[in-house]
Design a protein around this ligand. Structure first.
Ligand SMILES: Nc1nc2c(ncn2[C@@H]2O[C@H](COP(=O)(O)OP(=O)(O)OP(=O)(O)O)[C@@H](O)[C@H]2O)c(=O)[nH]1
Ligand SMILES: [Mg+2]
Length: 180
């Protein structure tokens, strides 16, 4: 395991984890700027490790492909934070994402990890309002009963909306992590 903090990037297949990671890497290297056409992504089979250079730390983000769901728990040990991505344009996926999220939050090795829930694809015209999604998720109850600190953000990996806030969150958890 790397001596830097490791952030796990989780979420069902096709929610946008790989695109998000590519965008975050570019943003962390070049700062804010124009968001170009989204690069092509393929479903992640296995894991995808990417280093982000934050202001004061290097952080390794490990994406676990959605198709790896059954073995996600074998990666929970030694991670300092978790980003859990939801496709907020895919209403059919809400209940399965909610169950996945509950099992992530209740996993014992993640009780000390900071968690960021990302409602992605906010650029799509058919997305539900955040109020609707939060009530479908029963998000207030989930956050209130979670053992770890949970933050939520609305983002679009396609348009770049909210990604600077994601980097700020990563910076804050990296700075406060026990890793050197
Ligand atoms: N409109 C829109 N499309 C997005 C957004 N984020 C990702 N996508 C698209 O969603 C598709 C799946 O994106 P990926 O990043 O490969 O999804 P993933 O979560 O990594 O999927 P797995 O690796 O299979 O778990 C791609 O066609 C992306 O371009 C977004 O914010 N808005
Ligand atoms: Mg992927």
């Amino acid at each position: 395991m790397s001596s830097n903090g490791v952030c796990l990037l989780l979420g069902a297949t096709g929610v946008g984890k790989t695109l998000l990671l590519k965008r975050l890497q570019k943003l962390s290297l070049h700062g804010s700027g124009e968001v170009d056409a989204p690069p092509h992504t393929l479903p992640t089979v296995g894991t995808n490790l990417t280093d982000l250079t934050l202001k004061r730390k290097k952080l390794t983000v490990r994406e676990l492909g959605g198709c790896m769901g059954p073995i996600w728990p074998s990666y929970y040990k030694d991670c300092s934070s978790v980003m859990f991505v939801v496709d907020s344009a895919n209403i059919a996926q809400v209940s399965s994402s909610c169950i996945q999220l509950l099992s992530v939050l209740s996993a014992e090795p993640l009780h000390n990890a900071s968690v960021l829930i990302l409602f992605n694809k906010r650029d799509m015209p058919c997305t539900m309002s955040l109020v609707e999604i939060k009530s479908l998720f029963r998000l207030d109850d989930i956050v209130a009963s979670a053992p770890q600190p949970v933050t939520t953000l609305e983002v679009s990996a396609r348009s770049g909306m909210g990604l600077q806030e994601v980097l700020s969150w990563l910076e804050s958890v990296a700075v406060h992590s026990k890793w050197p």
